[in-house]
Design a protein around this ligand. Sequence first.
Ligand code: NAI
Length: 423
Amino acid sequence: MAKIPCSPDEVKPPSEGHLIEIRDGKLVVPDDPIVAYIEGDGIGPEIVRSALKVIDAAVKKAYGGKRRIVWWEIAAGSKAQELCGELLPKATLEAIKTTKVALKGPLTTPVGGGYRSLNVAIRKALDLYANIRPVRYYGQPAPHCYANRVNFVIFRENTEDLYAGIEWPADSPEAKKIKEFLKKEFGVELREMTGIGIKPISEFATKRLMRKALRWAIEHNNRVVTIMHKGNIMKYTEGAFMQWAYEVATTEFRDYIVTEKELYEKYGGQMPQGKILVNDRIADNMLQQIITRPQDYEIIVAPNINGDYISDEANALVGGIGMAAGMNAGDYMAVAEPVHGTAPKYAGKDVANPTAEILSATLLIGEHMGWKEVVKIVEYAIRKAIENKKVTQDLARHMPGVTPLKTSEYTNVLLEYIESYEG
Ligand code: NAI
């Protein structure tokens, strides 16, 4: 077992596996790739443990002994504090740069003061610009009457917009200076005691996100990619986001796509075979549309704040947080993590739902690393477990008469279904 690295000179991956490489602009994944993982805080260790077991079983089922993951534990959060004396050791980031891929459990962010979110720090340090959130229905209890029509993948920009954190309190010298500048230079007057935030959205960040979304759509035979924005009001940020996103579609992906305008002007409303429709929707309408017409949407591309709102809404439609997977990806690197947090009240009790963590791991191994069979097998096991009412308490409480399983029992159920998978 390789040691958890605390200092950069301790970043030594396990000797029994091989590192993922980048060649000709592509990830080259060996049959025994080293994948880093961070247990995380709260329920993290329990659900990450479950995810590793499920992934190992699915890889074994899919490839016999030909392929296997060599897991390498690295640390952040309370475990890193304990072992290394700091919450996010440089060695942890170095290790992820070395492996290119990592699975992460949730990490605690104290409210007010203390330190900034470690999750944000990791995404920033590694330039993981796309937050990818699939929202699927596996048969779980869900509030939407047509939850089975929900099948989205949300691409949320991760580095810009109001999330960039460029803001100053109303009574700060910075806010005062900006107010004076705006008045003097542009004749714009703001009230006394006005807090100021800046919403940057760039062509570069928008275009790379859209490229990722379109590549995903092509690879997965999706029918529609929708740009979500509030460009009618915020013309030069969200409006520009829309324009740049269309520009990528119509220049770099011309052979694959038809825009909604072209659909009606050129094709009389009949989608040409095999093409992807690229359309856009104003954010507020979009938030309604995924409820009223979920079947019309597949890939949703959004600036940060819209992406934040819509992914939570979308997950709520299909039954919430214990099932919501995510992955933060850059051009080559990716860190997968569930959408939910550390659920402190369940920590150490063996009751949390590990599905979101398992599905996040599946995104990493199956989609980012390209071991697609793993996706099929894990999703099959999850569907089977829900169908047979073998679920943890968060789902069981919405299923009358169903006795909840512990995290470890549910994990064992998934392992059994994986074992019985016949393709
Ligand atoms: P939370 O997601 O931990 O919990 C929200 C609700 O969902 C709670 O009722 C919780 O018990 C339940 N829940 C969450 N995951 C569950 C699971 N797997 N199975 C069953 N029930 C589950 O969000 P909260 O309470 O706002 O945050 C707790 C801590 O987590 C905070 O320190 C927060 O900063 C951190 N956090 C970390 C994230 C990350 O690491 N990416 C993301 C969100 C929050």
